[in-house]
Ligand binder design. Structure first.
Ligand code: PEP
Length: 256
């Protein structure tokens, strides 16, 4: 089964509504080269700019992702946003479990699992992020850590359609550091994740679910990463903030 490459730009806490509108309109033009090619693209602006992004991207193949979600449908949860609210503003994907949320906002595998379930219930596609810290890698526990994050993050989720789930392997030591995992490091973990998906769900799911790599992806390294069998795209932080570099990454993800 061939998997369509997926490139997602995670803008983190960058870009106002006006900047988002401008970026998205320029990105639409810049993406003309993808016509007839097998690739999917999404941007993940801050909550305040989701609606503007969806409006600016209307009529294009580029979709909108939220950077987070809360697991309850509604209630007294000051500051939170539900999956239904994300649907209403035009989201297609929702990122959950990003390492910055695990680190700064103390998110656990349990809360991440509830968030993924809330997205799925609403028909949104979770992009489940996981990855080891530097000390975990140096201590030789990378696969133990990602297995725990995967099993707990996906616990109880009944998914049969591989298009309804995206995984993102993001080694914490590679995020925003300029230090990318080598293609072989990414491949080793991502092949392992695919085997786990077969155990958790089914061989069909494992074969079809896209597993992205994230961590200092740039136009210069996307090609070698995408050459790996189990790298199906990228979750891009810093390099997704400029239209040109993001577009070059999309270009580099397309099979010749
Ligand atoms: C990210 O935030 O998901 C990320 C991968 O960031 P960067 O590309 O800047 O390392």
């Amino acid at each position: 089964m061939s998997r369509t490459p997926l490139i997602v730009g995670n803008w983190k806490m960058y870009k106002t509504v006006a900047e988002t509108r401008d970026f998205c309109l320029r990105l639409k033009d810049e993406m003309a080269f993808t016509k007839g090619k097998q690739v999917e693209v999404a941007v993940a602006p801050p909550f305040t700019a989701l609606s503007a992004a969806a409006q600016a991207l209307r009529g294009s193949f580029i979709s909108v992702a939220a950077q987070d979600v809360f697991w309850a449908e509604s209630g007294a949860y000051t500051g939170e946003v539900s999956a239904k609210m994300l649907t209403e503003v035009g989201c297609h994907f929702g990122i959950v479990g990003h390492s910055e949320r695990r680190q700064y906002f103390h998110e656990t595998d349990v809360s991440i699992n509830k968030k993924a379930a809330a997205l799925m219930k609403e028909g949104l596609i979770p992009i489940l992020c996981l990855g080891e810290t530097l000390s975990e890698r140096q201590g030789g526990s990378t696969l133990v850590v990602v297995e725990r994050q995967t099993r707990q993050g996906l616990k109880g989720l009944a998914v049969q359609d591989p298009q309804k789930l995206v995984m993102a392997y993001e080694p914490v030591w590679a995020i925003g550091t300029g230090q990318t995992a080598t293609p072989n490091q990414a491949q080793e973990v991502q092949a392992f994740l695919r085997k786990l998906l077969a155990e958790i769900f089914s061989p069909n799911m494992a074969e079809g679910v896209r597993i992205l790599y994230g961590g200092s992806v740039k136009p210069e390294n996307i090609g070698e990463l995408m050459a790996m069998n189990d790298v199906d795209g990228a979750l891009v932080g810093g390099a997704s903030l400029e239209v040109k570099s993001f577009a070059q990454i999309v270009r580099g993800s397309i099979s010749p």
